[in-house]
Ligand binder design. Structure first.
Ligand SMILES: [Zn+2]
Length: 253
């Protein structure tokens, strides 16, 4: 059992601060900016024992060196990406233990070439790969890579808490509704997400089960989505990666 607290940085990034119950030691995930994270740790009397980075983008890694330096703790990050602050490179099949918490490393390329996710204690920290109601842009990878990475995340326990790194949920669900207007669970989710944001609270973490039911990027085999993507493309698409690629292109417009 862990407590996962999102700390807002920059405009819409969340840094996840993780601890065991009754523990004053924490792990920090994707600190793009050190200031708000250090302020949170200091005001809560918490000590950082490890930093986990999912990928090289500055809004995820920019504060890692300062936090790692202050607490003299290891900084874990993907082997396949050049991140100067990383002291402990990790890859598929590695495990990371810090603050008494252990996570499995999953390789999930697509947003970036070496993107990794950290899985453990009923949570996944998936950076910019899977979002609530959406997925990351493919800056360095191919649709086939991203599709496979999302498929791997979708295969986790349906109860898994999805701790992604941005508050994009409402915009993602608004787009999802364009793709799948007949999905009543999606309509209800969007209403709930708007009300959560209106009260100033984060929409995260989400639960994998609700992503499987409402996130169009995990539903490339559903007939309504296959039809919508085919209509958008102007030709009949195959369920799976072809549909996924078209929906991603559609979202990028
Ligand atoms: Zn990114």
């Amino acid at each position: 059992m862990i407590i996962a607290t999102p700390v807002l940085i920059l405009s819409d990034n969340y840094v996840w601060v993780l601890s065991g119950i009754d523990s004053g030691n924490v792990v920090v995930v994707d600190p793009g900016d050190a200031g708000p994270v250090l302020a949170f740790l200091e005001s809560s009397g918490l000590e950082c024992e490890g930093v986990l980075l999912t990928h090289h983008h500055t809004d995820h890694s920019g504060g890692a060196a300062e936090i790692g330096g202050k607490w003299k703790c290891p900084i874990y990050g993907p082997t396949n990406e050049a991140i100067p602050s990383v002291t402990h490179p990790v890859d598929e099949n590695d495990t990371v233990t810090a603050a008494g918490l252990t996570f499995d490393v999953l390789s999930v390329p697509g947003h970036t070439r070496g993107h990794v996710a950290y899985v453990g204690h009923g949570h996944v920290f998936c950076g910019d790969t899977l979002f609530a109601g959406g997925c990351g842009r493919m800056f360095e990878g191919t649709p086939a890579q991203m599709f496979e990475s999302l498929r791997r995340l979708a295969a986790l326990d349906p109860e898994t808490r999805i701790c992604c790194a941005h508050e994009y949920t409402v915009a993602n669900l608004e787009f999802a509704l364009q793709v799948e207007p007949g999905n009543t669970q999606l309509v209800a989710r969007l209403t709930a997400a708007r009300s959560t944001r209106a009260s100033g609270r984060p929409t995260l973490p989400s639960i994998l089960e609700e992503e499987l039911a409402t996130n169009p990027f995990l539903r490339s085999h559903q007939p309504e989505i296959v039809n919508a993507a085919s209509l958008h493309a102007g030709r009949r698409l195959e369920p799976g990666v072809e549909v996924f690629a078209e929906v991603r292109r559609w979202k990028d417009l």
